[in-house]
Design a protein around this ligand. Structure first.
Ligand SMILES: NC(=O)C1=CN([C@@H]2O[C@H](COP(=O)(O)OP(=O)(O)OC[C@H]3O[C@@H](n4cnc5c(N)ncnc54)[C@H](O)[C@@H]3O)[C@@H](O)[C@H]2O)C=CC1
Ligand SMILES: O=C(CO)COP(=O)(O)O
Length: 335
């Protein structure tokens, strides 16, 4: 039986742990808080993050690092992107030296502009053949209910990607492989920034034409950045790209879209931060994504205004005007 540790018992860590159990793995879910761990072990539930979701009885949870990580073939990482570095440093002594490290996260590190696989490589000194990513249009609540879903398991080493695929494929969760780690990670992280903008548009009361505009031009700028950073262009038309963008930008379950929607409705940034209990990665990632774009001379107008609204106090009306008054140009997709 494949032994897997899932580190982080929030929404996605818990649901991905369920998927792994349903796929036939032996899974231990590590959580920081004893009450969440107790809920998983005793009630087979995670009431705080996933009300009304029944978890498999075979899923075990613990607050003990050594217990979670001992003998793990895959270590799946599901904490907020901005805490991963400090988490990994603390976990490092317990992580088996041959374990494959799998990022389930969709963010870019502030300050360093590193992708999660790069943070993993830097902190743990692991080679690319030991680092994987699972991403795609996976809203935790929907996958938890067993609704048909799909994801991409990516690793530069194709055989490892196939092992990862086998570990998490179930009758309701179809997994494809990819070797484009850069593309998958960038697509997952930057769609959160675009979802913030679609949320703002929704909160302002704009309809589907505006949302389609933002998603389409959003995908164009995600693709431009990805290709400049060495990703493969077709990745952005796939599940990790278009798929996740559409799911996140359309779903009331999305924390990023909801964050934006609250802003668009007129709440202040401070008020929205106060009511947002789960991780909306796009808020912090918008700045490092923009820094990456500038460093590589890639134009990302939507990301630029989102970062300005999130970090520089630029009013939404001004951001809208800025986007809509850009110079006329031919429609270009990709580079
Ligand atoms: N929720 C979803 O539908 C999906 C989320 N993701 C990604 O998964 C990652 C995790 O997100 P969620 O589980 O949804 O977030 P969440 O907010 O539901 O849970 C985050 C978890 O991290 C823990 N945590 C917070 N600060 C920590 C720290 N300093 N050290 C250790 N643990 C800490 C929290 O206690 C919680 O268990 C994010 O990058 C997100 O983009 C990916 C696919 C789907
Ligand atoms: O990544 C997600 C869906 O694939 C979840 O999006 P949110 O983090 O915005 O909820």
């Amino acid at each position: 039986m494949t032994r897997v540790a899932v580190m982080g018992a929030g929404s996605w860590g818990t649901v991905f742990a369920k998927v792994l159990v349903d796929a036939g793995c032996e899974v231990v879910l590590w959580g920081r808080r004893a009450e969440v761990v107790r809920d998983v072990n005793e009630r087979h539930a995670n009431g705080e993050y996933l009300p009304e979701v029944a978890l498999p009885e075979g899923l075990r949870a613990t607050t003990d690092l050594a217990e979670a990580l001992e003998g793990a073939e895959f270590v799946c990482l599901a904490v907020p992107a901005q805490t991963l570095r400090e988490n990994l440093a603390a976990w490092a002594p317990h992580i088996p030296s041959d374990a494959v490290l799998v990022s389930l996260m969709k963010g870019i590190e502030s300050g360093t502009t590193l992708r999660m696989s790069e943070v993993i490589a830097e902190v743990l000194g692991a080679g690319p053949e030991r680092i994987g990513v699972v991403c795609g249009p996976n809203l935790a609540m929907e996958i938890a209910r067993g609704e048909p879903g799909a994801a991409v398991a990516a690793c530069s080493d194709e055989e490892t990607a196939q092992r990862l695929q086998a570990a998490c494929m179930t009758p309701y969760f179809r997994v494809y492989t990819s070797t484009d780690v850069v593309g998958c990670e960038l697509a997952g992280a930057v769609k959160n920034v675009i979802a913030l903008c679609v949320g703002i548009a929704t909160g302002l009361g704009f309809g589907d034409s505006t949302k389609a505009l933002l998603m389409t031009r959003g995908l164009a700028e995600i693709t431009r950045l990805g290709v400049a950073l060495g990703a493969l262009e077709p990745t952005f038309a796939g599940l990790a790209g278009l798929g996740d963008l559409v799911a996140t930008c359309s779903s009331p379950y999305s924390r990023n879209r909801t964050f934006g929607e609250n802003l668009g409705r007129g709440m202040t940034l401070e008020e929205v931060i106060a009511v947002t209990k789960q991780t909306a990665e796009g808020v912090k990632s918008s700045r490092p994504v923009l820094t990456l774009a500038q460093k590589h001379f890639v134009e990302m107008p939507i990301t630029e205004v989102v970062a300005a609204v999130m970090h520089d106090g630029v009013p939404i009306e001004e951001a809208t005007l800025k986007l809509m008054s850009r110079s006329p140009k031919p429609e270009r997709y990709g580079v």
